[in-house]
Ligand binder design. Structure first.
Ligand code: CUA
Length: 324
């Protein structure tokens, strides 16, 4: 019974995915948030238990003769309605104030690495200042390195949240907000938009891929190169489909004439873990089905269904898959 009660909190908080749970912290900041969460949960449980107890007491007492002591009910109202809430809320407020410095905005210049994240309806654009690298829905970070993530929005208010790494932070049009991510251990941590932003809100996830510093630098160097030259040979017919269908009006592939800015940069799309901001795993089959009918996968997104034959969609998928 105790296990069931204690287990309910993490399950509700996690949405059944332990890689996106505040109760599974992977940084010291998330650890403090986790402790705060349990303190608040315990406080709520105490209040719940007391209220239930009083409710049962009221039912039991109702059947007895009413006593005429006026002081009892008076003390219940003063104690339960004023003193107890003030004490409990003051303790929890003190806890929040204690945790705030750890999760506050990093002071300027205190981090060696900055990553810029721009939220769009409904995907995440990721830039690495000082390089030409632009990715989507995947944020690579070096392990053991404090990183400032500067977030902003291209359209409406979204909220950037990687529960295992730090608190959530809103992305607001015309404003840049900053948050520290300092993950000591390599791994993949799932993030999700946590502010309702339209019909695609639930399909606005991303992966934070924390790598050993040397692997991170190698990845960044690889992303700086254009992948377009690799898309020759079997991928060449697909490249022609891409150009003929006008995909470059909305997407950029560095090293080609495609320079659109509406949808995600596709320079290395073949190497990404997911499509449509976590809507699909990324492989040849899912690429082809996304191209065939993007609205069926993620209703409301900006990508229209472009009329093409099955062979053309397959060739296009092969081309994009080769962009690594
Ligand atoms: Cu973006 Cu919800």
């Amino acid at each position: 019974m105790k296990g069931a009660v204690l287990g309910a909190g993490p399950v509700l908080a996690a949405g059944c995915n332990s890689n996106q749970a505040i109760t599974n912290p992977a940084t010291s900041q998330a650890q403090q948030i986790d402790t705060l969460w349990w303190a608040m949960f315990a406080g709520a449980m105490v209040v719940f238990a007391v209220v239930l107890f009083l409710l049962v007491l009221a039912f039991v007492r109702r059947r007895k003769q009413p006593d005429h002591d006026e002081r009892g009910p008076y003390m219940v109202v003063i104690g339960g309605g004023f003193v107890a809430p003030v004490v409990l809320l003051a303790v929890l407020f003190g806890f929040v104030v204690h945790v705030m410095p750890a999760v506050s905005t990093p002071s300027h210049g205190s981090t060696k690495q900055t990553v810029v994240v721009i939220a769009h309806d409904w995907f995440w654009e990721v830039r690495y200042p000082g390089t030409g690298v632009v990715t989507a829905n995947e944020i690579h970070l070096p392990a053991g390195t404090p990183v400032e993530v500067a977030v902003r929005s291209d359209d409406v208010i979204h909220s950037f949240w990687v529960p295992r790494l730090n608190r959530k932070i809103d992305t607001i049009p015309g404003q840049t907000n900053r948050i520290l991510i300092d993950a000591p251990t390599p791994g993949v941590y799932r993030g999700q938009c946590s502010e309702f932003c339209g019909v695609g809100h639930a399909l606005m996830a991303f992966d934070v891929i924390v790598q050993p510093p040397a692997a991170f630098r190698a990845w960044l160097a690889g992303q700086e190169r254009t992948a377009a030259a690799q898309a020759s040979g079997t991928a060449a017919p697909g490249m022609q489909v891409f150009q003929a269908a006008g995909c470059g009006n909305c997407h950029t592939i560095r090293g080609t004439s495609a320079a659109g800015g509406v949808g995600p940069d596709l320079t290395h799309v073949g190497s990404r873990p997911t499509l449509g901001a976590g809507a699909l795993e990324n492989n040849l089959g899912t690429l082809a089905s996304w191209i065939a009918d993007p609205q069926a996968v993620k209703p409301g997104n900006d990508m229209p269904r472009i009329p093409m034959t099955g062979d053309e969609a397959q060739a296009l998928a092969e081309y994009l898959s080769a962009l690594r």
